[in-house]
Design a protein around this ligand. Structure first.
Ligand SMILES: [Zn+2]
Length: 255
């Protein structure tokens, strides 16, 4: 998708710039950290004003920003070092992608797609810089939040891993991938992930994505397990590693 250029959001000129060079290793993902509402272009403009006027920086700190509606908004661009990672060393090593969400806001599929596209565009400039990290991997910070971190862990932002129909990983619901055994009585956002995946795989009746692992979720898991023998293991309605693998893959009940 087309990137929205600086002049389209009324960016002020940078006061100065330091080029990003081949010592860059990859990109770091960030979030806003407070709830984001309203026009993404105005939000980006507001962040620039804050960074230039209040923080005294050269420019908005990030290289690009991605919105929940799937827009990519140019900030410093790929050729300029970011100011967002917390130190000049880290800014030399990583470009910074801002996701326009805060706590309690889920990354949408559109946002995930936009970030992945931006990483592909970054790699066209720096083909060897293939790392994708969370800001929290570099420094002690909650940025960019649990949902983006979970998506990062399963490779959702990797341009080499496009979500093709019928191939894993197709996980861009924004819910965190389970990292524990889930069964009847479990609850949480990782249960939402399971319910969302079951619906994508055609669960009938469709499940309410409420994060509560009840009898309907259990029946749907059993049916999935039954349809994927023997690799699903015992038909017990429990989401362990084998069932998780099946949930992550494809988009139908078939293999
Ligand atoms: Zn950050």
């Amino acid at each position: 998708m087309k990137t929205i250029k600086r002049h389209e959001w009324g960016a002020r000129a940078p006061r100065n710039r330091t080029p990003l060079t081949n010592s860059v290793r990859g990109v770091a993902l960030h979030w806003v950290g407070v709830k984001v509402t309203g026009d993404p272009l105005k939000i980006v403009k507001g962040i620039q004003t804050y960074h230039q006027d209040t923080r005294g920086w050269f420019d908005i700190a990030y290289n690009v920003a991605c919105s929940q509606d799937g827009r990519a908004i140019e900030c410093r661009g790929w050729r300029t070092r970011s100011g967002a990672n917390g130190s000049s060393k880290l800014n030399r090593q990583y470009a910074a992608i801002l996701c326009l969400i805060g706590p309690d806001q889920k990354p949408t599929d559109e946002m995930v797609d936009a970030v992945r596209d931006q990483i592909a565009s970054f790699r066209r400039v720096f083909p060897k810089a293939t790392e994708i990290v969370a800001h929290g991997d570099l420094q002690a910070t909650a940025c960019p939040g649990g949902d983006l971190k979970a998506l990062l862990e399963i490779g959702a932002f990797d341009p080499a891993n496009p979500p093709k129909h019928g191939e894993a990983p197709v996980v861009s619901s924004g819910y965190p991938l389970p990292s524990r055994i889930l069964k009847r009585g479990s609850s949480g956002d990782d249960v939402r992930w399971v319910q969302h995946r079951l619906n994508i795989k055609g669960a009938k009746p469709r499940l309410v994505v409420d994060g509560i692992f009840g009898p309907r979720s259990m029946r749907a898991i059993k049916k999935l397990q039954k349809n994927n023998q023997p690799e699903a293991g015992p038909i017990d309605g429990i989401v362990g590693p084998k069932t998780l693998k099946i949930l992550r893959r494809g988009s139908t009940w078939q293999k």
